[in-house]
Design a protein around this ligand. Sequence first.
Ligand code: ATP
Length: 359
Amino acid sequence: MAEVTLTKITKKFGDFVAVNEIDLAVDNGAFTVLVGPSGCGKTTTLRMIAGLEEVTSGEVRIGERVVNRVPPKDRDIAMVFQNYALYPHMDVYNNMAFGLKLRKTPKKEIDERVQAAAELLGIVEKLKSKPRELSGGQRQRVAVGRAIVRDPKVFLFDEPLSNLDAKLRVQMRTELEQLHHKLQTTTVYVTHDQVEAMTLGSKIAVMRDGVIHQYAAPQETYDQPLNQFVAGFIGSPAMNLLTARATMNDGMISLTGAGFVINLPADGRIDAVPEQVIVGIRPEDLAGPLTEGENLLEMRVKATEPLGNELLVYADCGGEQVVANLDPHQHVEIDSTIKLSPNLRTLHLFDSETEKTIL
Ligand code: ATP
């Protein structure tokens, strides 16, 4: 096992900066997830750790060793790809054993390691099968098995579950979590799926445009997003972001938007507000409908989704889309006007110019 440390890592393709001076420290044995929208630079970052992509500037360290000039095969890493990359003409045993044979590992040791990995992954009875005879989930297990038998210092995963159907993805996700719990191997995992990131990562790095916007424990990115982008990316359905004018008087912040006036006690947290702000309210932090009260958001219902455990309401609040996650044991009419109450303790405020978190 080893820690992975990136210092001011940059990757340029011609003039295009795909990764821009990233700093990232993955602790020994930790499970770090790189998450962000398509094209944000997460795969490029992972490939630089693996040595599959040359670093334009900056330093990659695995353990104590700077590996910028070390070829992938000598970095003591094992990578699992989205497309599994199994050898079609080899059976499962040989797919898993291949890397060890190349390294001239003694046959007895190869047998033991493949057997142990196959047991761990529940594919012992498939050792003689060819990849084409396996389901997507089984193929992915073989790809993971091939990484495990190498007993590397670091596992690198590039969207390993995105070719699987939704149910299998959930199952494999929990299997990967259990596997990491058993093996405790330092892992860097790339996904665009924020649920995967939240459930697997001990820490997640939320990326956009080649930059890490926040690197923290999953719950922290949800509770205390550092900016509007992280706030909108983490959480499903996404946080509602509403434009408002803000003023502050005697410790009270007044927020006026198209469908609401909210008076929020600053409680000493800040002593000034910019004039233009974005109010962030998570769907699960809206309650109602209510008939009267203060600090309500008025909106016209566009659609409803009763899901049994929750009722999602899509509405128009002064021209802006709002999603609310309400108590399912009530009926909300389409086209009706309703008033919902935001939880003021979890309400977020962002500077509309810089997108940084104010509250
Ligand atoms: P996705 O989830 O779609 O895989 P990503 O976050 O992993 O996205 P990268 O694959 O790291 O994104 O790509 C980051 C940016 O760098 C993209 O804009 C991509 O087009 C660009 N890029 C990646 N590889 C190359 C390359 N070999 N040549 C030129 N541009 C590239």
